[in-house]
Design a protein. Structure first.
Length: 160
């Protein structure tokens, strides 16, 4: 069976179809746009030397508080050995600390260090600033459409 090569322009949202008229076309366009935007936003981080996985683990700790390495691995949907490597790297950089779990002395809890919390805050600020600069270049009507789209996307995300 011959393979088909598509150019980058053919892979871009909206190529060759009218967005919104066919659910399949819209799902492709939306998926690509969301993935590309998320990828670009993830590039904005306070410490460019940390990986996306490390940054994600820090953000999870900031959102949910201290937790065991196993729980964090489950939350991040990665294997426990991969999380162990991630946490070792973060500990070596001073972004997380390990403490004994008061309810189970055999376990350790991972928590953000002060520098880890500062890094999460800086990364969030950079990402928000980047997106705000892009949004400022849009028309009021485009921003209004995105406001409604954000509400609808939250609804999609909450759907079972």
């Amino acid at each position: 069976m011959p393979t088909v090569q598509l150019s980058p322009s053919q892979l871009s949202p909206g190529h060759g179809r009218t967005t919104g008229h066919k659910p399949g076309g819209l799902s492709v366009d939306l998926r690509l746009a969301v993935l590309q935007l998320a990828r670009r936003i993830r590039q904005e981080r306070g410490d460019q030397a940390i990986t996306i996985a490390e940054n994600s683990a820090l953000a999870a700790l900031a959102r949910h508080g201290s937790m065991t390495p196993r729980r964090l691995a489950d939350h991040e949907q990665i294997s426990p050995p991969a999380m162990t490597r991630t946490l070792s790297n973060l500990a070596a950089k001073g972004y997380v600390t390990k403490t004994a779990d008061p309810s189970d002395g055999r376990q350790v809890l991972i928590e953000l260090s002060r520098s880890g919390a500062d890094l999460v805050k800086e990364t969030r600020h950079r990402r928000s600033a980047w997106l705000s600069r892009r949004l400022a270049k849009l028309t009021a009507e485009e921003r209004s459409v995105l406001t409604e789209a954000a509400r609808i996307m939250a609804k999609l995300n909450a759907a079972q």
